[in-house]
Design a binder for this molecule. Structure first.
Ligand code: SAM
Length: 324
């Protein structure tokens, strides 16, 4: 019998709006304007991201899927997990490769999906619950703060895929890894998907595709602010830019104002002046070296047990466990 997913809401619409107000006020009144990537993902943003994952230039999803296709058995065996907790789960499409393997081994007991974007989460949870027939919990939450509320029980495999970790600069990444470590039980494992440093031209193309889907995704944050905070951004008045920052080894997605103008954000009673050519930093996507990542994980007590790359060496999955 199929059990419907249990839904826990840790981030209510009111929490979401309060957090967005704070982020937007801070980010758009700073000398260098920025917005955190979490606000891309309303329903349209999640669908656009899903479209990005199928673009010819966006090799990341295909590479990660190739690793999961080849090594799901190794991952399931090495972790002996009987439950999967996916953070920033989105559509959970690639995750099925792991779930199929865990189910075939007779190990799979529970699935927990956590995402800030409720619509996509609810749909993914109900599909997994129908297809796997195990307990499925859908958590509308923020992986930066809500992990203590979902930890505990069995041997969990915490999956943080899709290079989402790259959206955080080193200090925030360290905080995030520490949170993961603190919420993991002694027999739990973390499965982390990271993109690797490579030819900057390929990296830039992956974030500036010829069909303009990434540009639409980037501008969608302005559409979200218009709807949720009563702002009057003209999304077409901003140009999408993807730039390789060689010093920090990350891609920067930016929105560049095409004129000098002022935007009013009604809910914040705030006017934001833009110079012609002024940019908002909307996302970073850090690229990793295997050795550097190993050190980062070790520094918070996570021992990287095994790593796998795709055949082209573009992307890496790391299986880590709490260091003894
Ligand atoms: C880059 S996408 C990756 C999606 C999926 N894991 C994959 O591999 O294709 C990032 C996902 O994380 C979610 N997300 C972003 N920030 C979040 C946060 N602070 N807490 C929870 N989910 C978040 C987004 O809604 C989106 O589904």
């Amino acid at each position: 019998m199929v059990r419907p997913p249990v839904v826990d809401v840790f981030v209510t619409p009111a929490d979401r709006e309060a957090a967005m107000r704070e982020d937007v006020r801070r980010g758009l009144t700073a000398r260098s304007k920025s917005l955190p990537p979490v606000w891309f993902y309303d329903e349209r943003g999640s669908l656009l991201f899903d479209e990005i994952t199928r673009l010819p230039e966006y090799y990341l999803t295909r590479s990660e899927r190739a690793i999961l296709g080849r090594h799901s058995e190794d991952i399931a065996a090495a972790s002996s997990a009987d439950g999967l907790v996916e953070l920033g789960s989105g559509t959970s499409e690639k995750t099925r490769l792991l779930l199929d393997t865990m189910a075939a081994r007779g190990d799979l007991r529970r699935i927990v999906l956590l995402d800030i974007s409720e619509e996509v989460l609810a749909e993914a949870a109900s599909r997994l619950s129908t297809d796997y027939g195990v307990e499925v919990r859908a958590v509308v939450g923020d992986f930066r703060t809500d992990l203590p509320k979902i930890s505990g029980g069995g041997r969990q495999l915490w999956a943080f895929l899709g290079s989402t970790v790259g959206n955080f600069p080193p200090t925030e990444r360290r905080r995030l890894f520490s949170e993961f470590r603190a919420s993991m039980g002694p027999e739990d494992h973390l499965l982390l998907g990271t993109d690797l440093v490579k030819d900057p031209d390929r990296l830039v193309a992956a974030y500036d595709d010829s069909a303009g889907v990434t540009a639409a995704f980037n501008r969608n944050v302005l559409v979200v602010l218009n709807r949720e905070l009563g702002a009057d951004f003209d999304p077409d008045g901003f140009e999408h830019r993807a730039v390789w920052n060689a010093e920090h080894r990350w891609i920067e997605m930016r929105l560049r104002s095409l004129s000098a103008h002022t935007v009013h954000i009604a809910e914040l009673e705030l006017d934001v002046a833009f110079r012609d050519g002024e940019e908002i930093l909307t996302e970073i996507s850090a690229k990793f070296e295997p050795e550097g990542l190993r050190h980062e994980l070790e520094s918070v007590g996570l021992a990287s047990a095994v790593t796998w790359k795709d055949p082209a060496g573009d992307f890496m999955l790391t299986l880590a466990r709490a260091a003894a």
